[in-house]
Design a protein around this ligand. Structure first.
Ligand code: NAD
Length: 264
């Protein structure tokens, strides 16, 4: 069990549920995507408060710690049914539990990474996933020279075993770290094997059925967004009012403005 999973299970009625890739997932209850994207930011801030032994926090202080405005934070947390107590604020431990539960982190998730190259190995070697409830259960590759390599305590398996691995390891999330040309086929195989959540690092748009969630990570896009902001700052266009306006309209940034790292 992950440290996080242990730390967010205060009572018996909040017990962990064993999850398999075919278990119906606790779907969001109409929570906006932009709110879901900010929950990990709140969680990180809350965990840091918890580690410092801070029992309660006002929405303003939590918003400052998380780097968002307080009205947005209150609205986000209201989607979780959390309103805080007037004059006291939010109970930090309970909010850690609520946000973790909403993100599905009160249970462990098994992850398979396909592509044991530079990126796949770096991901597998990163120790931070385990403490957040993500177990890297398998690393697969198509190159016979790579299959059998030991990475982060795992033996790289052949891609031909993907379906067996998904079944045997109860894989819930598939990570694609292959070249772009191979990504769609790998994705199709994940989906055929029953995986309905895919994290794609390859620079390609994947086609998936409606019930499959794909998140794409592209560092070059993030760098381009930062470059855009650097340019605006150099031109003197980005002042505090502009940032405020952006934060107030996180779901619908002003025309011509890409989402900032603070509002996605
Ligand atoms: N999203 C980002 O921010 C980001 C950053 C760096 C790299 N990337 C992308 O991540 C991917 C991997 O990059 P890398 O530097 O690790 O490349 P790499 O060449 O080091 O590794 C790719 C691995 O995929 C394997 N592979 C190829 N076809 C396969 C298949 N059909 N099935 C299984 N394995 C297969 C190769 O054998 C190789 O081991 C690339 O698409 C790259 O563009 C994305």
């Amino acid at each position: 069990m992950s440290a996080l999973a242990e730390s967010v299970l205060p009572t018996a009625d909040q017990e962990r549920t064993p999850v398999t890739s075919r278990t119906p997932r606790p779907r969001d209850r109409g929570i906006p995507e932009a709110t879901v994207a900010r929950l990990p930011v709140y969680l990180r801030a809350l965990q840091s408060l918890s580690e410092r032994g801070i029992p309660t926090i006002s929405s303003e202080a939590l918003a400052t710690t998380a780097g968002v405005n307080s009205a947005k934070l209150r609205k986000d947390l209201s989607h979780l049914g959390s309103y805080g107590t007037r004059g006291v604020g939010y109970d930090v431990e309970y909010l850690v539990y609520q946000v973790s539960r909403e993100l599905g982190l009160t249970q462990d998730w098994s992850v398979a990474i396909v592509g044991a190259g530079n990126l796949g190995r770096a991901l597998a070697n990163y120790g931070g996933f385990g403490s957040r409830g993500f177990r890297i259960a398998a690393l697969l590759d198509a190159d016979p020279n790579v299959v059998g390599d030991k990475v982060a305590g795992l033996s790289v398996r052949h891609i031909d075993t993907l379906e067996n691995v998904v079944e045997a390891e109860d894989i819930s999330i598939g990570v694609i770290a292959t070249p772009a040309a191979a990504a769609q086929r790998v994705c199709d195989r994940f989906v055929e094997a029953g995986v309905t959540s895919v994290l794609n690092f390859a620079p390609v748009v994947l086609n998936v059925p409606d019930d499959v969630d794909v998140r794409k990570v592209d560092l070059s896009i993030e760098l381009q967004i930062l470059a855009f902001h650097e340019q605006r700052k150099a031109d003197g266009d980005v002042g505090p009012e502009w940032i405020e306006a952006l934060e107030a309209s996180a779901d619908d940034p002003p025309r011509g403005m890409p989402p900032t790292p603070r509002n996605i």
